[in-house]
Design a binder for this molecule. Structure first.
Ligand SMILES: [Zn+2]
Length: 418
């Protein structure tokens, strides 16, 4: 799969040239690192299906409407960029194939959105901007002192469909910059600068990677039938009021359909209250569903376009099912070892909501990520790393290594309240 070209760097890291896109990737350990497990929060965005009407244009003025449409285009472009990073991050053919399928899907969404918008408007108001779909740089090595990957290797144009070809690496100096927008405190749901993906991991298809050393239990959801669920409708009713009153979410925006007790929701909401008190962030709508976006492993997911935070009733109905799963993932280095609690889950997801994408698309952010000390499957994704760093720091600053402290400092400098 490596086309026979392998280079060894002074620190012993091996790099191979991919047959698939002509890019250089770290081999072995980092291949596993790039397994892209991120079971608890894939923020896949479901926009709308072909033929659906173009979503709301609440604004009266033409320019505001256009602005909103453009913001949606930007969000879709971010999805494309993220999918491209995944294509680059994987090293084995099967995962690369799946990542490419995701990339094609992201590109199709973008194309369809532009086409449908223009059709609905009766004129061209949105245009594809290929520059905004480009990513820059190669995947980071998993070890701290690894050399920069040989990013200037040109792409080999590939077969299916032409569009999927990852971008040619660019010169690094300014390439990452996408004008980081200093973030206002709190959460701006509709501005389009909210991080919506990071979960992009498998886009609804479940965990992609199949590391043969991983037990099957990690790649599958827990056997929920093993966990008895108690019914306590009064507690559910009560917590809805609590959520509404304490978090400021309108009651009609809280859908707890399928939640049968509050043994998970209560500690979860408690932590959200603390996060809100500490950071001033606002929370989106909450919606319960049994399986989130077709992904049986997904526990919770934030979807900014819908301004909705999804929770899975299966995990939220059983504290044991949830904590066993988190423990399992933490112990198997899929998530950081600190990620064993419901509070951590709340912290991690809330961090995603507070950290704007633009802040992680800078050279400085990339540098912090590449030098990270935290190593697990999840932090192979820069968005996940910063969300984990924020969560770890907030759970217990003493647990944070110097890399995490620096990441947090960087976020604060960018306006994120940690
Ligand atoms: Zn996440």
């Amino acid at each position: 799969m490596w086309d026979g070209e392998v280079q060894e760097y002074p620190d012993g890291t091996l790099w191979g040239k991919s047959n698939y896109c002509g890019k250089w990737f770290p081999l072995l350990s980092s291949a596993i690192e790039h397994g892209l497990f991120h079971p608890n929060c894939r923020h896949s965005i479901n926009f709308w299906k072909d033929g659906d009407p173009i979503p709301e244009s609440i604004d009266n003025t033409d320019s505001e409407r256009r602005y909103k449409l453009e913001q949606k285009q930007r969000a879709l472009e971010r999805e494309v960029r993220r999918a491209k990073r995944k294509v680059e991050g994987f090293s084995d053919p099967e995962n690369i194939r799946k990542a490419k399928a995701e990339l094609r899907a992201a590109q199709k969404k973008l194309r369809d959105f532009i086409d449908q918008t223009n059709a609905a408007e009766g004129k061209v108001i949105l245009k594809r901007d290929k520059n905004k779909e480009k990513i820059y740089g190669a995947p980071s090595p998993p070890v701290q002192s690894a050399p920069a990957p040989p990013v200037d290797v040109p792409d080999t144009p590939k077969v299916t469909p032409a569009e999927v070809t990852p971008d040619a690496p660019q010169a690094l100096p300014d390439a990452y910059r996408d004008t980081p927008v200093p973030k206002r405190e709190g959460l701006i749901m509709s501005s389009g600068d909210v991080h919506e993906s990071s979960i992009d991991k498998s886009g609804g298809s479940g965990i992609i990677s199949t590391d043969r050393n991983m037990s099957a239990s990690i790649q599958n959801p827990p056997d929920f039938s093993k966990y008895p669920v108690t019914d306590d409708p009064d507690s559910v009713k009560a917590i809805k009021t609590t959520i509404s009153e304490s978090l400021g979410i309108a009651e009609q925006d809280i859908d707890l359909n399928g939640i049968r007790n509050t043994e998970v929701l209560e500690p979860f909401v408690k932590r959200l209250q603390k996060i809100q008190a500490d950071t001033g962030m606002k929370f989106p709508k909450i919606k319960t569903t049994e399986v989130i976006a077709g992904d049986e492993l997904c526990i919770a997911s934030y979807q900014p376009i819908e301004h909705t935070f999804y929770i899975s009733s299966r995990y939220f109905n059983s504290k044991d099912a949830l904590t066993d799963t988190l423990k399992n993932w933490a112990e198997n280095d899929i998530l950081p070892k600190q990620a064993k609690s419901i509070a951590y889950l709340a912290e991690h997801e809330s961090a995603h909501m507070r950290i704007p994408d633009s802040l992680l698309e800078t050279k400085e952010a990339m540098k912090l990520w590449k030098k990270r000390k935290l190593v697990n499957k999840n932090d192979a994704d820069i968005y996940e790393y910063f969300a984990d760093a924020t969560a770890i720091y907030r759970m217990n600053p003493n647990d944070a290594d110097s890399g995490i402290v620096k990441a947090v400092e960087y976020l604060r400098k960018g306006g994120v309240t940690v």
